[in-house]
Design a protein around this ligand. Structure first.
Ligand SMILES: Cc1cc2nc3c(=O)[nH]c(=O)nc-3n(C[C@H](O)[C@H](O)[C@H](O)COP(=O)(O)O)c2cc1C
Ligand code: SF4
Ligand code: SF4
Length: 255
């Protein structure tokens, strides 16, 4: 079973490629959380995987929320792994994962990191078309390595993109995410056509389309940027900081 979260397709792509190699079931955390589905039966030999993006060198809040509630019926020390996609570095995100799992009596067997395309437009410009293809080509090697190791139930640290001082990176930056995640910076322009996609895809129900245009009715969200990147007319912005920084969805996977 593979539990995955993804806003702009990178982790979805990685999860699907791993599922192809292992024949494992996929569970999309957005749907699980929105449907309040937290109890899963696992077979004695079943691998249990978590695939997610890295946020501020740590884990997306939805993963922590889900893990707290997760009940794995039939868990008897099966093989458990985490795959973190990122723009460049995962920092100590996998260590956070190991701690959260340990609290539930679950041991993390292996960790992987896959550098893909950075979607954090509040700080960076999205790569252009050719560069996206180059980065995704390079990511294939990391995905293949993860597929082989997971199929063979390889144990250990396979993560080649933790960064120089992963624990310190996370300690310095993650609190900004954990305490922040404010929805205040989101703005919507006149270009909005009221299609409702942003409301539909938001993993935490933060968006309401009551007046025909999105309103952020929650003060905090996952900050996945799915609404901003996937709006078909680019009407959602992060204050004005994302001007000309582009939009992204992994071109190798169906939204
Ligand atoms: C809130 C946020 C924080 C991010 N922080 C990091 C980071 O600390 N390190 C990094 O390499 N990439 C970071 N990224 C980039 C994503 O991890 C990367 O683009 C990821 O593959 C996106 O996955 P997805 O397409 O499955 O949503 C961040 C993205 C977001 C939205
Ligand atoms: S996705 Fe874009 S166009 Fe559609 S309702 Fe949201 S802001 Fe408006
Ligand atoms: S409001 Fe946008 S950025 Fe925040 S969780 Fe929902 S889709 Fe993601």
């Amino acid at each position: 079973m593979i539990f995955y979260f993804s806003a702009t397709g990178n982790s979805k792509y990685a999860a699907e490629r791993i599922a192809d190699a292992t024949d494992d079931r996929l569970v999309f955390l957005r749907d699980a959380v929105r449907g309040r589905r937290y109890r899963y039966e696992v077979g004695r030999e079943e691998r249990i995987g978590f695939v997610a993006p890295t946020y501020f060198w740590g884990l997306p809040s939805i993963l922590g929320f889900f893990l707290e509630k997760l009940e794995l019926e039939g868990y008897t020390n099966q093989y458990v792994y985490v795959v973190l996609t990122c723009g460049e570095h995962t920092g100590g995100a996998a260590d956070q994962m190991a701690k959260l799992l340990k609290k539930k009596g679950i041991a993390l067997s292996a960790q992987f990191g896959i550098p893909m395309v950075d979607n954090y437009v509040p700080m960076f410009k999205v790569a252009d078309g050719e560069e996206i293809e180059r980065k995704l080509d390079e990511a294939e090697e990391y995905i293949d390595e993860a597929r082989r190791a997971i199929r063979a139930r390889g144990i250990g640290d396979y993560n080649r993109c933790r960064g120089m001082v992963p624990g310190m990176q996370t300690a310095a930056l993650y609190p900004l995410y954990a305490r922040g995640r404010s929805t205040k910076p989101f703005v919507v322009t006149e270009q909005c056509i009221g299609c409702g996609l942003c409301q539909e895809i938001c993993p935490c129900g933060a968006i309401s389309l009551a007046g025909g245009k999105p309103e952020w009715r929650k003060s905090k969200c996952v900050r996945c940027l799915g609404c901003l990147h996937r709006c078909p007319v680019e009407a959602i912005h992060w204050k004005t900081a994302d001007e000309n920084r582009g939009r992204y969805y992994n071109p190798r996977v169906e939204p």
